[in-house]
Design a protein. Structure first.
Length: 295
């Protein structure tokens, strides 16, 4: 008997999740013998529901929500020996993984387009003991993003991150990072490091044009900006997409990175898939083709 779990975050998409629940359930009923629905009430629920479904050997787990809920669903499956196929219907502010997989951003269209026959392998990233499906950001921009409240996200969408990030960049605080990439140590002075697993970061779909959801690599880009004038020069390079290092932006594809601050007394938090993550130091690793995802 083919069972699917549909996890719904009722507060995603400006409270519209209930509107789409019935549509999604009807669509999934066409492909599965049983569709169970769980609604999240607090942070961590989606992860717990997904983990339980893996332990009970469900065929597939679906999530309806934003990037944070999608991250939780993936995190719940990541450590299990048996991992159900994963699917999602985007309801968030940015929906980066949906962009990377060419899933329609309109929930009704995403539900209508769902096909049980369309799956692809998905790399996921691991940062210390947590997981990510899209991006780890470190430095000025993520510090700003960590300060964007939910009201601003609802009002301005992805523009809220953009406004806050560039305000922070104009302060030109740079950091001295110690980075070990696949065993090679180097020092990087930068305001911002971004580690992506897909081409889309913060809704900008061409930021990492070479990154694929199943290329078995993570991709590091960083601004070479010890001064404000360097930041101003670097941002256009960043926004037009980074496929190789330039005079203004660094780029490396890797399997594992260890990132810390040269000044160990300083505290700097990461931002993981749009939410506040661990404080440096961190170890970041790719798990190639770790999940099978519907697209």
């Amino acid at each position: 008997m083919k069972k699917a779990l549909l996890i719904i975050n009722p507060s995603s998409g400006g409270e519209k999740a209930k509107e789409y629940q019935q549509l999604a359930q009807e669509k999934l009923n066409q492909s599965f013998d049983e569709v169970k629905i769980c609604q999240t009430e607090q942070k961590g629920d989606a992860k717990s529901f997904a983990k339980k479904a893996a332990n009970e050997r469900y065929d597939s787990v679906f999530v309806m929500g934003g990037d944070g809920t999608v991250n939780e669903g993936i995190s719940g499956l990541a450590e299990e020996k048996y991992r159900p196929k994963f699917g999602f219907f985007p309801l968030g502010t940015v929906n980066d993984l949906a962009r990377a997989l060419d899933i329609p951003l309109d929930p009704k269209e995403a539900i209508a387009n769902f096909s049980i026959t369309k799956t692809t392998p998905l790399d996921i990233g691991k940062i210390n003991d947590s997981y990510f499906m899209n991006v780890v950001a470190i430095g000025a921009i993520p510090e700003a993003i960590n300060n964007v409240d939910s009201e601003q996200k609802t009002k301005f969408g992805k523009l809220a991150y953009f406004i806050s990030g560039f305000k922070e960049l104009s302060n030109n605080e740079t950091y001295s990072f110690l980075v070990t990439i696949d065993g090679k140590k180097q020092e990087i002075t930068s305001s911002t490091l971004l580690i992506g697993s897909t081409n889309s970061i913060g809704g900008f779909e061409s930021l990492l044009p070479e990154a694929k959801v199943d290329d078995g690599k993570l991709h590091l880009i960083y601004l070479k900006d010890p001064s404000l004038i360097d930041t101003i020069k670097a941002v256009p390079d960043l926004l037009k997409g980074v496929a190789e290092a330039t005079g203004n932006v660094g780029y490396l594809a890797f399997d594992q990175a260890v990132i810390s601050l040269e000044n160990s007394d300083k505290k700097l938090a990461t931002n993981v898939d749009g939410d506040k993550g661990d404080i440096l130091p961190v170890t970041i690793t790719v798990l190639p083709a770790h999940l099978e995802v519907y697209h």
